[in-house]
Design a protein around this ligand. Sequence first.
Ligand SMILES: [Zn+2]
Length: 178
Amino acid sequence: MKQRMCPICEAGQLHTQTEWIDVEHLGQQGRIESHFAECDACGSEQAGATEARLNKRAMIAFKKQVQGLLTGKQVRDLRKAWGLSQEEAAKVFGGGPVAFSKYESDDVMQSDAMDKLLRMADEVPIALERLMAKAGVQPKHTIRWDNVAVVNFTKQKTKLRTVIRTSHSIENEASYGG
Ligand SMILES: [Zn+2]
């Protein structure tokens, strides 16, 4: 990380420090790690753009937790499990081209509606499939639900044929096959 000169004394270097601070959201108490820069010469404490961004993210992550919304990491894990890029996810679910980048880094909170849609897509694979088809986004890998159905069907069919061959005449096999 590049060194930052203290703008107050113009002699010392700024070093990032953290401290736990008490915060509140919708009446719920919590603690977040707050970042600030401290000068090693004059000892002044300040929050630059870097610290302000980290502090904002920590607060948004806390708000998501309080409101029971998916965390940034959970959104990223879902998107990756679906094989979507951030741009594709925005095409499928809406929110604008940089929406997922912002949800995943805790730069913004997703709406209640977006949160519900993401959970629905996770619980009901056919819903995700439809949304992707409508957005013109091709699945990169076969969706789990599809996979399971195909495998079971093939296994059942094979088993049925084996039974017929060992216990029935050829005529019976033909009627089953039709
Ligand atoms: Zn200083």
